[in-house]
Design a protein around this ligand. Sequence first.
Ligand SMILES: Cc1ncc(C[n+]2csc(CCOP(=O)(O)OP(=O)(O)O)c2C)c(N)n1
Ligand SMILES: [Mg+2]
Length: 482
Amino acid sequence: MSFAAPFRRSLIPRTTRTIASRYPCSKRRCFASVTSSTTTPEAPREPEGTREVPMTVGDGGSGTVRPVRQRHGSDRLVFPGAVNSKFTNRLQFRMSDPNEAIETYRVMDTEGQIVDETHGLDFEGLKEQTLKMYKSMVTISIMDQIMYDSQRQGRISFYIVNAGEEGIAVGSAAALSEQDVIYAQYREAGVLMYRGYTLEEFMAQCFSNKNDDGKGKNMPIHYGSRRLNFHPISSPLATQLPHAAGAGYALKLEGTPACAVTYFGEGAASEGDFHAALNIAATRGCPTVFICRNNGYAISTPTLEQYKGDGIASRGVGYGIDTIRVDGNDAWAVYKVTKEAREIAIAQKKPVLIEAMSYRVSHHSTSDDSFAYRARVEVEDWKRRDNPITRMRKFMELRNWWDQDKDTQLRTQARKDLLKAFNAAEREKKPAISNLWEDVYDKPTKDQWAQMEEMKDILDRYGEEYDLDMYDGGKGGVVIKK
Ligand SMILES: Cc1ncc(C[n+]2csc(CCOP(=O)(O)OP(=O)(O)O)c2C)c(N)n1
Ligand SMILES: [Mg+2]
């Protein structure tokens, strides 16, 4: 299968060479500090090719390393770190050309028309999947409205909406297998929705009720699901990235035909963890797919103030990682590149970076008012111009798969289902108080038992001051059942 826009990577030749010990002394002196201690500027000349200095290039973590050889009189530098660099007498500082940014791959345009005829996707065969993708995106957008409003009414404490970026989460999720291990940031509820996280599970987590897998220990939208191979969301930005590199490495060592997939915003890519993760994934050959959602903002900081250079994609190229930039509002393009990235990661045992471009239509979270730092008209323009949900709808309508009636029916039913789950979750009891101590250590410590006893004593004496009925088991739920 071929891409209109190819995955990019820096040029590293397949064959690596050894630095010959016969390098002229004047030049060899330049390398003396990085060659082995056996190679000093004063070392006697040896016939060409007879001796290799122990300077090697790793092959991505398989444990074998190949020697690098610099031939006498070569027109290029063959050196670890720059294994195919031509010598030049032109002094020139390099930087990316601002007028020639890395291209953005599309399968369909904003009208839902196919623009890459080489996409190789069998859309007729994918009809059922298309409907599932569309339904997931629509359901997420309605859930967002309900949950956002409920936070404003004080019924949940916090929420982050996905508006404008549903295509990235759902398009990529549709291309993955259940075995792939997911490490997300927080604006990827579509991944969970597509993988089969139920509306009841979403609501239980947001209301921190007794059915929440995390037993209320996390803020709303910090979902996690062992069943769906989805690690819990972690608030500190970018911590998921080294985890995903490590998980990819583990899958490779186990020989599992799956990859780790991690999502992050372009703002999170300013964290050191991003660089550590990309470098270790590249050098150890980890089958990890890094998916950056570049939505134009890190809370109030616009991308143009976050970095110079050609976005996040250019960093992947810099780390020697196969990289592609994609139109994040085109769910088919995201699907296609994720599918291809997954195959590369697993078959070739190496990471891939996808930079998906979109726009954060919403405020950053319920704690943010984005009109304090961006104009309303900017947001309205984006909403009118392009949207992953309407694009997919147009795609389906062009094939006579969809119409207004079906759309109304889908939205009415989704809203009904969501409100039912919402109301049930809101009425459900909170986890038993004993969960304050449970699942912290393997077994509760002596100190924790003492704290439980103390809490029990306080509630025995002053219980009527608290609404204990809202907790599972009431006052009786304070002490862990042995
Ligand atoms: C280590 C760390 N620093 C700062 C924050 C506060 N913070 C939360 S979200 C965010 C912006 C992240 O922007 P981006 O990664 O682009 O994601 P987006 O919200 O745009 O989806 C910041 C600075 C944090 N959670 N963790
Ligand atoms: Mg962002």
